[in-house]
Design a protein around this ligand. Structure first.
Ligand code: HEM
Length: 265
């Protein structure tokens, strides 16, 4: 296999990430924030447990630190050396490599737990196809059926992101970090290339996920912060799941009642 240079990967990667940010900016400018359409009901239902939230932010924070240290090394030679000089870059690179290697295995462990914990939420359902056919309701404003996790998140964030790209990035990362298991030079080189391409592809997916989970969709961020969502958010974006909760007898609690319960505790 002809070897692709790291510089070529860095150039394409920077281009793709730049384009991704531009596209999200244009989407935000045109579409604005997706609002909870009837407004908030001010009643909430439980969505993510404390363990799930801690796990999510553990993985997300490590992802950012690994992206900054790994990306700093990949893009650094082009961008940082001209700005700060070779000596300062060498000092930063030493620290970045150390941090990246130290946190890499901790990140792999988090990703594995996430894959196992959330597999059940991400099994394709019959109605998921409808979600794609209707473009996720993003343009029409009419929301297609969705379970606890919508079809877009199932495909991009879970299966393509965590399971496929995540496995490639984590496995190659471990091969590179522990080279004393008889790996050939070719294996090391191929792992290096796949690690970079996989990491850049994953960053692109997470860029979109971060946008939709914060600025892009009203009511999403608080789900991963306090674990509950407004009932109208649940009905708009996850109607099948909202229905399931009702059938299970999960009663929505008013935000005020919740506040009082917490104050009493
Ligand atoms: C750093 C910025 C990030 C933000 C702001 C963010 C935000 C969110 C939010 C708000 C949710 C819940 C959405 C809802 O309940 O409807 C969520 C779910 C999720 N996030 Fe993130 N996230 C970030 C990074 C990450 C990273 C780095 C990963 C994985 C590497 C990740 C993987 C997931 C997964 C798997 C889910 C559950 C959806 C599913 O099961 O497919 N997130 N995120």
């Amino acid at each position: 296999m002809e070897h692709i240079s790291d510089d070529a990967i860095a150039s394409y990667g920077a281009g793709a990430l730049g384009l991704g940010i531009l596209v999200l900016g244009v989407i935000y400018a045109i579409r604005g924030r997706v609002r909870i359409q009837p407004g908030r009901a001010n009643k909430t239902v439980p969505r993510w447990t404390p363990f799930e939230r801690v796990l999510h932010w553990y993985v997300a924070i490590l992802f950012i630190v690994l992206a900054v240290t790994g990306g700093g090394l990949l893009f650094g030679r082009m961008t940082v050396i001209p700005a700060v000089g070779q000596e300062a870059f060498t000092a930063w690179a030493g620290l970045a490599v150390l941090t990246h290697k130290l946190l890499g295995p901790a990140f792999v462990a988090g990703v594995l737990v996430m894959i196992v914990l959330w597999m059940g939420n991400n099994i394709p359902a019959r109605y998921d196809w409808e979600f794609f056919k209707q473009g996720g309701g993003f343009v029409t404003g009419k929301y297609p059926p969705a379970g606890k996790v919508n079809a877009g998140d199932k495909l991009f964030v879970y299966w393509l992101g965590l399971v496929i790209t995540g496995t490639i990035v984590c496995a190659t990362g471990l091969i590179l970090e522990f080279p004393d298991y008889g790996q050939s030079a070719e294996t090391m080189q191929l792992s290096g290339t796949l690690h970079l391409i996989g990491a850049l592809a994953w960053m692109l997916i997470i860029l979109g996920h971060t946008y939709l989970g914060s600025l892009g969709v009203e009511g999403a961020f608080e789900a991963m912060i306090c674990g509950r969502v407004d009932v109208n958010f649940a009905k708009q974006h996850h109607d099948m799941w909202a229905e399931e909760l009702m059938q299970m007898g999960v009663a929505p609690q008013s935000s005020q009642a919740l506040k009082e319960t917490n104050d009493d505790a």
